[in-house]
Design a protein around this ligand. Sequence first.
Ligand SMILES: Nc1ncnc2c1ncn2[C@@H]1O[C@H](COP(=O)(O)OP(=O)(O)O)[C@@H](O)[C@H]1O
Ligand SMILES: [Mg+2]
Length: 241
Amino acid sequence: MSALLSVVDVGKRFRGLIAVDRVSFTVEAGEIFAVIGPNGAGKTTLFNMIAGVLAPNEGTITFRGERISGRTPDAVCRLGVARTFQIVRPFPALTVEDNVVIGALLHRTEMAAARRHARDVLATLDLFDKRDFRASALTLPDRKRLELARALATDPKLLLLDEVMAGLRPTETDRMVEILRGVNRDMGVTILLIEHVMRAVMALAGHMLVLHHGAPIAKGKPEDVVRDQKVITSYLGQESI
Ligand SMILES: Nc1ncnc2c1ncn2[C@@H]1O[C@H](COP(=O)(O)OP(=O)(O)O)[C@@H](O)[C@H]1O
Ligand SMILES: [Mg+2]
């Protein structure tokens, strides 16, 4: 199986600060891959480079065999990479449905087809009954699912999720885990997620990468990575305090 996404020796500096330090990993088509690490470890910066928001200072990112590093977010999205933001940001004055229609229009020119697709996605994410609400009227868990719906409406091959569980209660987290499993299994979408909620990571991820001060300190299957002494010392230990 060839890699869907391949990140090779990627680095990013902000003036003197090395935010991402020679990171390499591959994500295979069909898998769920997690990136974990303490705040400030460089996770969001890594996502921004994959999504085309930031150009790496060094290294290469390849998606389906094409180099995407240095391309615009729009170009990367058209190739089939969609992302959610750590801080959710739907268009607040638009309805839930219209927020999703905007995503659906990326690969559709007809409004009726875009609306049909948006409604299908809303039904999958349990938001269909709230399609006429303004986005600003939604609760946090609903806004998180709307953020996911907007990304899914663009028909991604790869979905980048930046802390979609943050701020959710345990029952809402479990619901999101089930939704993401369905998106991965039933819609065939490969998922790369940044996540602090270890319960969700352990339930979803087939492979994971741990970043610390921008550098990769462990990589592999979740059950092996969580036993790694470096990971316990730099991340998991502090989480359990
Ligand atoms: N646009 C930016 N300009 C300067 N420094 C930044 C910028 N974005 C992130 N950083 C810094 O880079 C480091 C990594 O940040 P980030 O990627 O947001 O980490 P994480 O998502 O793992 O919490 C942090 O020290 C952060 O302050
Ligand atoms: Mg972040």
